[in-house]
Design a protein around this ligand. Structure first.
Ligand code: ATP
Ligand code: MG
Length: 437
């Protein structure tokens, strides 16, 4: 016997019970994005490897050790499964002249991302992000908009009590360079205590050392020179203006001087939404401003800002907080016995679907009794019952499965009306989908 095949480690199947929750979540998210004027964009899942090296930075966890890269067997091109969406989105905007041709763009995307990490709760090798990018916006207004819109989504999902906001400013490239010099000087004094990553990054990406999760280094990084002390007038004013809008919106936040984000391309405002309910993988959403990236990828310089949320982590949090959704059930389950009954069953089901009802037609035969069991188990509010007798008369039995109401027999033409009456009667309100006549 051959061995059964399994999914790749860290890459999950999302089975129907779970996938229905995903779809419900995605509906909420889509409405939320539209309500802020963001428009969809879809990019390929595979991109040229140099895109990520240039956008994310050579000395980052992602590029150093997390990318799924391979050579195209046909032409030798170096390709990578996207580890995040911003690089692709900016590449697409440059390639298609989106901002130049049409002015600033508010964009969103969602889909799978790939990182070769050690799989654990909330950390997978294929995971999903919802990302938004605002391209061509320079001001603190759009930074604040992003944070405020997140807060609204937490409200929509009932998560507002369970997430907190941390913000910081990374200043401009110049300001970071000055801080970097001071930081290197400081870290050199503590070189002996740095871990392997820290030693390696001391001269290549010292800012990232501040972001370390190593508990032994916390006191060293806590006392390190703060970027905030190197911010110039403009950066300070920008950060202030973001905070004014947050305060107006009633959004509580904490300034975290060590919040530097894992990716190289950020400047000025950065933020993370964190929960305590998911253990170590507590960051559910992260983002900020990245004014240099468009130019770095070869486009005409354009300011930009964005964020991405981890769907698996958000859904885990939603579940923790009681955000389960009702199972999606059909309105009607069609039970039938005999050849002519089957033909009438198919016509009846199509007639109802034509009126917007969700209908499952029994397939696979079996006795009335076993079919009625299936009808019950489906969660449908109504069973249509069609036997030889009904078929001979061209009529259909309509049997309410949940509310009171007695079984009745109606002609095909009268069926949608009869089904609507059962579904939308007060007792049955809950069973009704969005179908209607
Ligand atoms: P972390 O510090 O947890 O590794 P990150 O800084 O690498 O996160 P980003 O690149 O900012 O993460 O991605 C944005 C969001 O995507 C994260 O806040 C998180 O919610 C989610 N995310 C990132 N990596 C993973 C993963 N491997 N599995 C599940 N979700 C992830
Ligand atoms: Mg990471």
């Amino acid at each position: 016997m051959s061995q059964t095949l399994q999914a790749v480690r860290g890459m999950n199947d999302i089975l129907p019970d779970e996938a229905e929750i995903w779809e419900h979540f995605e509906d909420i998210v889509r409405d939320w994005l539209r309500s802020y004027g963001y428009r969809p964009i879809r990019m390929p899942i595979v991109e040229p490897t140099p895109l990520f090296k240039r956008a994310i930075g050579e000395v980052t966890d992602i590029v150093e050790k997390e990318m799924y890269s391979f050579e195209d067997a046909l032409n030798g091109e170096h390709l990578t499964l996207r580890p995040e969406g911003t690089a692709s989105c900016v590449r697409a905007a440059i390639q298609h002249n989106l901002v130049q041709g049409n002015g600033p763009q508010r964009l969103y995307y969602h889909g799978p991302m790939f990182r070769h990490e050690r799989p654990q709760k909330g950390r997978y090798r294929q995971f999903h992000q919802i990302g938004i990018e605002a391209l061509g916006f320079a001001g603190p207004d759009v930074d604040a908009e992003h944070i405020i819109m997140c807060a609204r989504l937490w409200d929509d999902l009932g998560l507002e009590e369970h997430v907190r906001l941390e913000i910081n400013s990374l200043g401009s490239a110049d300001e970071r360079a000055q801080h970097r010099a001071a930081l290197i000087a400081y870290l050199e004094q503590h070189q002996a205590r740095l871990d392997e990553d820290g030693k390696r990054r001391l001269y290549t990406n010292p800012l990232r050392i501040l972001d370390t999760k190593n508990p032994d280094l916390q006191d060293v990084v806590e006392a390190a020179p703060r970027l905030a002390d190197y911010l110039g007038e403009e950066s300070r004013a920008h950060f202030e203006a973001v905070q004014v809008l947050l305060k107006d919106a009633g959004i509580a936040y904490r300034i975290n001087h060590r919040l530097v984000r894992g990716l190289d391309y950020y400047n000025r405002t950065v933020f993370e939404w964190v929960t305590d309910k998911l253990g170590a993988q507590g960051t559910v959403c992260a983002g900020g401003r990245y004014d240099g990236l468009v130019a770095q990828l070869g486009g005409k310089p354009q300011p930009a800002a964005g964020f991405a949320m981890g769907v698996e982590r958000l859904l885990a949090l939603w579940r923790e907080c009681g955000g389960e959704t009702d199972r999606v059930v059909p309105d009607v389950y069609v039970v039938h016995l005999g050849d002519s009954a089957q033909r009438l069953a198919f016509r009846a089901a199509e007639a109802l679907r034509g009126h917007g009802f969700a209908v499952v037609t029994h397939c696979g035969g079996g006795s009335f009794k076993s079919q009625m069991k299936k009808a019950d188990g489906s969660g449908a509010a109504i069973a249509l019952v069609i036997g030889e007798d009904e078929a001979a008369q061209g009529e259909i039995g309509v049997k309410p499965l949940r509310g009171p109401g007695a079984q009745q027999r109606v002609a095909l033409e009268a069926l949608p009306e009869a089904v609507a009456q059962v579904l939308f009667s007060d007792e049955n309100e809950e069973g009704a989908s969005n179908g209607g006549v």
